[in-house]
Design a protein around this ligand. Structure first.
Ligand code: FNR
Length: 376
């Protein structure tokens, strides 16, 4: 009954089910600065909002009587099969949410065979993450450094540690204009939250005047963004690693086409969760034209706005091969550490299965023929 549920919630052993409840719970356990950093978007947050409202503009037109008694949600990426069509998006500074940070999230993902994408600005190093998840799928997200030998070295460390792909983020050549963080005077980099991969990197350390905490943080601030990043850098990275390379932050069909022409292995359609440039297209609105131009030549992944199982159905029906989960797992981590992330994944897996079945499909391939209509 509702009373019992409320009692349960008050007793503190109720774990949030919906995204909205998770966000609320995270807000109660995180500092205002940390919560603001995770929640907020750039500028007036128009793009952050349209990432959600544009999902609502696409409605599923379900089929019935299709026998969905047996359903298969597996996907294949770079010749490896995964049971679920999700990855965990790269999120830096996870210690803002929970002390166990990347270690908790990587282990939760491992339990479900879901690839964990580790951020360059993670709270534990590449090697520390590899140690707790040696047999499970993991990818490494690269922020291109001003000092390219640092980038090459990090990619090399990831390859050596058993990571299976490199995700090069191309929408963050400088930080977006984030009003909430400016208002809160909040910079997780300055507070040292994203330093694990730098302070353990010999090439980076050698470039510093000394190895004091202060020099390391100043070094990261000088290194992290690289405004001149271009296709030649990408070609250079490609030469240095055997791993597949995905470009994260593609929104224009012409860039998707260039990615294919430049021999890139995959792309992630994303607007960085509305955190970079406000006023840009929502990720879900950008997806169909990109899927069309890529035409299955390389995998098209998607993030920015996935909250529920029906969102997974919509993104796949509009042409994504898989989706990445962002803020939901950060809030789940804040709310309950590794167990919290496991609970979230469990719910998302079940809800996605129900959603695919009730849309009338029984596989991920079947979803691509599920029809959506656009409403205003
Ligand atoms: C991010 N994102 C991100 N992306 C990336 O390539 N490297 C990174 O280090 C980070 N860090 C990061 C921190 C926080 C707190 C957030 C919320 C996001 C972007 C992330 O990978 C993804 O694109 C978005 O989170 C997707 O949007 P939603 O679904 O979270 O709204």
């Amino acid at each position: 009954s509702k009373d019992a549920l409320l009692q349960n919630m008050n007793a503190g052993d109720y774990f949030p089910i919906s995204y909205e409840e998770l966000e609320e719970r995270a807000q109660t356990v995180m500092s205002a600065g940390a919560f603001g950093y995770v929640r907020s978007g750039a500028g007036g947050e128009e793009t952050l909002r349209s990432n959600r409202t544009d999902f609502q503009k696409h409605s599923i037109v379900p089929r019935v009587l299709t026998d969905v008694s047996s359903i298969n949600t597996s996907i294949t990426l770079f010749e490896k099969q995964y049971d679920h069509p999700f990855l965990l998006a790269p999120v830096g500074m996870l210690k803002l949410a929970h002390e166990d940070a990347d270690l908790a999230v990587a282990q939760a993902a491992a339990r479900y065979g879901i690839p964990f994408v580790q951020s360059t600005v993670s709270s534990y190093s590449i090697e520390e993450v590899a140690e707790v998840s040696s047999l499970s799928p993991k990818w490494f997200q690269l922020y291109w450094s001003n000092n390219r030998s640092v980038s090459f070295h990090m990619a090399e460390r990831a390859e050596k540690a058993g990571f299976e792909a490199i995700v090069l983020t191309v929408d963050t050549v400088m930080l977006g204009w984030r009003e909430e963080d400016l208002r809160n005077r909040f910079s997780p980099l300055k507070l040292g939250y994203g330093k694990a991969n730098y302070e353990s990197d010999q090439v980076f350390l050698q470039s510093l005047p000394d190895e004091s905490e202060e020099s390391i943080i100043q070094g990261i601030l000088n290194n992290i963004h690289h405004p001149s990043l271009n296709w030649e850098d990408v070609a250079e990275l490609k030469k240095r690693t055997k791993l597949p390379i995905l470009l994260k932050g593609i929104l224009h069909p012409k860039d998707a086409k260039l990615a294919v022409e430049n021999g890139i292995d995959g792309i992630i359609v994303s607007n960085h969760g509305g955190r970079q440039l406000d006023g840009i297209i929502s990720a879900i609105s950008a997806l169909p034209a990109i899927a069309e131009i890529v035409n299955k030549q390389i995998p098209v992944l998607f993030d920015s706005g996935i909250r529920r199982g029906a969102d997974v159905v919509k993104a796949i029906a509009l042409g994504a091969d898989a989706v990445c989960i962002g803020r939901p797992f950060v809030y789940a981590l804040a709310a309950g550490g590794q167990k919290g992330v496991e609970k979230l994944l469990e719910n998302l897996i079940q809800e996605t299965k129900v959603s695919i079945s009730l849309a009338g499909a029984s596989s991920i391939a079947g979803l691509s023929s599920v029809k959506l209509v656009q409403t205003t």
